[in-house]
Design a protein around this ligand. Structure first.
Ligand SMILES: [Zn+2]
Length: 179
């Protein structure tokens, strides 16, 4: 490991960071719900699975990251070895030597690599999101099953409150009993 800088040297740091932003959900377009057409052409709507956030429900927007890059210039104020890596202190923070360069052009070149790494990671993350399509059908069939079970429970309960007399003769007899 060669030390490229000394304390007091001017250097450029490749800056690459993520900033949290909210974007309209690509699946429900902000409505927070998805319409599903069933085999009999009837429609049901379910809370959007893509932007679902636990107890918050489906707000219609998803958290994403804006990737920002640039080169910061500064003066090296300290040099240290940490976990086998050379680090330079720079503008109050410490950076791995892979991020610190002698020229702005080199720092920007490094940013280009960082953007590519970020895009690869983002693609991986989005393909994970795409896999969630499979669960839409699951949600629909689950809740429809719950409705069927609940209807059975209601039917059973209603039947218990509407017991008909065993036969008409019994009913007549009951009606004729003087009060
Ligand atoms: Zn959504």
């Amino acid at each position: 490991m060669t030390q490229s800088f000394n304390i007091g040297d001017k250097a450029f740091r490749a800056r690459a960071g993520q900033e949290t932003i909210w974007v309209t959900c690509p699946e429900c377009l902000g409505s927070g719900r998805l319409c599903v057409i069933l085999g009999d052409d009837s429609e049901v709507s379910i809370a959007c699975v893509c932007c679902e956030r636990g107890y918050e429900g489906s707000p219609g927007s998803i958290q994403s990251y804006a990737f920002r890059t640039g080169a910061d210039v500064g003066i090296i104020t300290a040099i240290e070895m940490r976990e086998g890596k050379l680090r330079y202190s720079f503008n109050g923070c410490s950076y791995d030597d892979g991020y610190v360069f002698a020229t702005e052009a080199e720092a920007i070149d490094r940013c280009v690599d960082l953007i590519q790494e970020h895009e690869t990671e983002e693609k991986r993350r989005l393909s994970y999101k795409e896999k969630q399509h499979k669960t839409w059908a699951w949600h629909v069939s689950y809740w429809r099953g719950e409705i069927r079970r609940a209807k059975k429970t209601i039917e059973g309960a209603e039947a218990r409150l509407a017991v008909a007399p065993k036969n008409k003769a019994d009913q007549k007899e009951a009606d004729n009993v003087p009060s």
